[in-house]
Design a protein around this ligand. Structure first.
Ligand code: FAD
Length: 399
């Protein structure tokens, strides 16, 4: 009987986990180990590009790649992890309940926005998933059909983290393209913190502030949202901002499946994992990508919910799960290098290196780096066996 590795999720972490596990089983000629990915769609959705226009095109097919590397794909959405019987219950493409068994499970179901702001679920847009980002794009493109008003011309972005900043700085050009260059458009970032980019280095903050000023993106600081409704946003201090387009970027949480695994989780719901990415106290279960709280080094840094980390976490976890079944030594996950590349719309971009976020490049130069990352580096490798296996090696250079 074949031993089974089951991977839940076909995002950055799940895809690389599958390729990396396939690489190691191929190296050891272990045709008795079966690798299966279970996900709603056989495609890699490029979430870091969801603030851009033409969002429906940001998905790369995975079946050709899985085909040449010997990875099986099951279409479905997992609903229950039954670790006692080593099986996962899921709804298949026809909506029927089915079970998939495993010897080792890799949880790679990513994260999602939790619409906790009052009224957000009904009245706010988000960029979290392809469908919701496409809904926002369709709404923006249709704004020109509405009668001229302050609310029509104003977009409120809730939350000034990376996603909020990338969306907000992209918007002035997008809105002018839709509404005309003479239209007085406003983009307002509502941020709870007292400074722009308060979680980032002083250097990076300065660049974000400069770009916002030059693009005309306004920041409302020390501002907390009380409610969102069809007329706009009301803040806790009573201020009302009329807007037909409220975009929420706050409250990202790890996939709810993490709650079914009895183990320690961080405040965002990520499972604590050891250096081999095994969930603490669960010998058959590993976690990776946005569902894993993993140390990147011995200095106290941990992986962030970024695809930069998800890609490497995926390569290590696939290797380690296969190593576990083959009976060879696993590799401790290490990812010492950390970079940030933030799109700043028509202003350009900013690129930093290290956890101290030292600014290395700005404007058009950084934009070239951003485009190289988001349009090439993070896409799946070519659907060629040797190319895919070489790229899936956890020790191959990345960033
Ligand atoms: C708007 C936006 C901008 C971003 N910008 C950046 C950036 O500039 N740089 C950066 O590094 N990161 C960025 N990120 C974060 C990055 O996209 C995530 O960290 C990354 O996608 C995490 O990879 P993952 O594989 O863990 O999860 P995901 O990519 O979310 O993949 C999860 C997979 O699990 C599947 N799945 C979910 N639930 C189930 C289920 N119940 N059963 C089976 N399958 C399931 C999904 O369909 C998907 O295939 C951004 C994210 C967003 C939303």
């Amino acid at each position: 009987m074949k031993e089974k590795i089951l991977i839940l999720g076909a995002g950055f972490a799940g895809m690389w986990a599958a390729l990396s596990a396939a690489r190691l089983t191929n190296l050891y000629d272990r045709t008795d180990i079966e690798i299966t990915v279970l996900a709603p769609q056989p495609e890699l959705r490029i979430r870091p590009r969801f603030y851009e226009a033409k969002v429906a095109t940001f998905a790369a097919p995975l079946l050709p790649l899985f085909g040449v590397t010997g990875v099986k794909f099951l279409t479905g959405t997992a609903s229950e992890i039954d670790n006692k019987n080593r099986q996962v219950w899921y709804h298949n493409a026809q909506g029927q309940l089915a079970a998939a068994s495993y010897d080792r499970l890799i949880l790679a179901t990513g994260s999602h926005i939790n619409p906790a702001l009052p009224g957000a679920q009904q009245h706010a847009f988000d960029l979290d998933q392809l469908e919701s980002a496409a809904r926002l794009e369709h709404h923006i493109n249709a704004l020109a059909d509405r009668p001229e008003s302050t609310a029509r011309n104003t977009v409120v972005v809730c939350g000034g983290g990376f996603t909020g900043i990338e969306m907000a700085t992209e918007l002035p050009a997008r809105l002018r393209a839709v509404l005309g260059h003479a239209t007085p458009v406003r983009v307002i970032v509502v941020e709870r913190g007292s400074v722009i980019g308060g979680r980032y280095s002083e250097q990076l903050r300065g660049v974000i502030e400069q770009a916002s000023n030059e693009l005309g993106v306004e920041w409302l600081l020390n501002a907390e949202i009380m409610t969102i409704d069809e007329k706009g946003v009301t803040l806790k201090n009573g201020q009302h901002i009329a807007s037909s387009t409220v975009i929420s970027t706050v409250g990202v949480q790890a996939s709810a499946l993490t709650r079914q695994i009895p183990a320690q989780r961080d405040p965002q719901g990520r499972l604590h994992v050891d250096q081999h990415l095994r969930v603490a106290g669960q010998p058959e279960i590993y976690a990776t990508g946005d569902v894993a709280f993993a140390a990147t080094d011995d200095l106290g840094n941990h992986a962030l919910m970024t695809c930069q980390h998800a890609i490497m976490l995926g390569r290590f976890v696939g290797h380690n799960v296969a190593a576990d079944l083959i009976g060879v030594a696993p590799l401790p996950y290490r990812q010492v290098n950390y970079v940030t590349c933030l799109d700043l719309g028509a202003w350009g971009a900013v690129y930093t290196e290290g956890w101290e976020q030292v600014v290395k490049s700005t404007r058009e130069d950084a934009k070239k780096i951003k485009i190289a990352i988001t349009n090439e580096l993070i896409y799946p490798p070519k659907a060629e066996r040797e190319v895919a296996f070489a790229a899936a090696d956890p020790l191959a250079p990345f960033v």
